[in-house]
Ligand binder design. Structure first.
Ligand SMILES: [Zn+2]
Length: 448
């Protein structure tokens, strides 16, 4: 680890930081860019026409801002499409439509859009232990995973991580016992009618079965019905399927440093979104944060010591294709990343930042300084570990990987749903995030 704190530079100036916040709240440029991205590109699942529009939009927008370099790094991405998705509950003459959506990567039911789907008895599984206990009883059944996100975890991302196994690997876990399909409770604390998609994977060597998410209200209802009528069935039709590889791109803008141009401070988000909405929260907000944070510094006449690079990554949602390509190839061999930060937690008001142990545990004086400068703006949580998924792929020797932490309470109301659009974004909360990230970049540009 080569954390070398430079002694010769001027200290971060609290007045300059105040100016960053004032400018962000005054110009609302991040919100403007985010609205424009959502409108111009729309939903932008990797490899889709919307994704291509987003790349074009990002290049054209960054091109107007006077950076030394704006370029596309071509990325080959997985492309999956959704198709028809319906589910119906069937019990003793009772029929009811269920709100479902295919999980990203799911195969179709037999015959795809034009087939008759799968009709089978449905068995509820409340947690991993319940899955193992029910084991052989799952043969030929639709397994209904219904472990809610833990309501007692204050950080909703932690609750998401804890319950995420059902979505991510539930299909293969159930298929090992002979299940024919899975329905997974949507990953949100909120009780509503919107199913949440998101990536799932199939374990090698295990039969692939179709997988869909059911809304939380749907899951609560289904659970109660199954208590009354344990042998009820569901009929599921999914048309989802992979259609091969497509082209996409990371979009990169570079602002050259005046003292250490070969050392890069990177700020990023991911340009792709799910296909159910325009992805204003995930991760349009991160795109706006990265673009706006650097623009705030530039428009206030700041001269960075290090090269500052904005990277808008391709295909985070479906396998980190853009991040892997960026990390593997880099742009120039003689450049070295010293700090990378990603915003991929939505547009909520700032709470703080995650930092690696080398800073968090070993440089408490730095945390104290950051806290002195930023606590008044809402940044008070300095946690260890957990940068964004994209920047976590960058493993340059000694690189400091960080994450922006927005307030998480409402993020999973929208995440991966049809509701993740610009209406869910509060402009001031978004702009406070841009200013916080700008201040963080400024702080470390001075310190490293
Ligand atoms: Zn994301």
């Amino acid at each position: 680890m080569c954390l070398s704190l430079s002694g010769q530079v001027s200290e971060p100036d609290p007045v300059f930081i105040q100016n960053l916040y004032q400018k962000a709240l005054g110009d609302q440029q991040g919100y403007f860019w985010l609205s424009d991205l959502c409108k111009e590109a729309g939903p932008r699942l990797a490899g889709s026409p919307g994704d291509a529009k987003a790349v074009k939009w990002a290049v054209e927008t960054l091109d107007t801002l006077g950076y030394e370099k704006v370029l596309k790094q071509e990325v080959d991405v997985r492309h999956w499409v959704r198709g028809i998705e319906t589910a119906e509950f069937l019990s003793k003459g009772k029929r009811k439509a269920l709100n479902i959506t295919a999980l990203g990567g799911s195969i179709s039911t037999p015959g795809g859009d034009s087939g008759n789907g799968i009709t089978a008895e449905v068995v509820e599984v409340k947690n991993r232990k319940d899955l193992y206990a029910k084991g052989s009883k799952l043969k030929g059944k639709v397994v209904f995973f219904n472990e809610p996100m833990d309501p007692w975890l204050i950080n909703t991302g932690s609750a998401y991580g804890k319950a995420g196994w059902q979505r991510w690997g539930g299909a293969s876990e159930a298929a090992k016992y002979g299940a024919v399909a899975v329905l997974v409770r949507s990953l949100t604390h909120r009780l509503d009618d919107f199913p949440h998609t998101g990536a799932m994977t199939y374990e090698q060597g295990v039969k692939k079965i179709p997988a869909a998410a059911i809304s939380t209200n749907g899951a609560e209802w289904l659970s109660k019905e199954l208590l009354k009528s344990p042998h009820s069935k569901v009929k599921i039709i999914l048309g989802s399927h992979d259609i091969g590889r497509k082209n996409s791109a990371n979009v990169i803008a570079e602002w050259k440093g005046i003292e250490k141009p070969d050392e890069v401070i990177l700020v990023g988000g991911h340009l792709d979104s799910w296909d159910l909405a325009t992805g204003a929260q995930d991760d349009g907000a991160g795109v706006a944060h990265a673009m706006h944070a650097v623009w705030l510094l530039k428009s206030l006449g700041y001269q960075p010591r290090h090269t500052i690079r904005i990277v808008l990554f391709a295909n985070e949602e479906f396998g980190l294709d853009g991040a892997k390509k960026y990390a593997k190839e880099g742009l120039e061999e003689n450049r070295k990343h010293i700090l990378c930060i990603e915003s991929d937690g939505g547009s909520g008001a700032p709470r703080g930042f995650s930092l690696p142990a080398i800073i968090h545990d070993k440089s408490p004086e730095l945390i104290k300084e950051l806290d002195n400068l930023l606590a008044r703006y809402g940044c008070k949580e300095w946690t260890q570990g957990g940068s964004g998924a994209d920047v976590s792929q960058i493993i340059d020797d000694g690189v400091i990987l960080c994450g922006y932490r927005a307030d998480s309470q409402r993020y999973f109301d929208y995440h991966h749903t049809s509701q993740d659009d610009i209406k869910s974004v509060h402009p001031r909360e978004l702009e406070l995030g841009s200013a916080s990230i700008a201040s963080f970049l400024y702080f470390f540009d001075k310190k490293l």
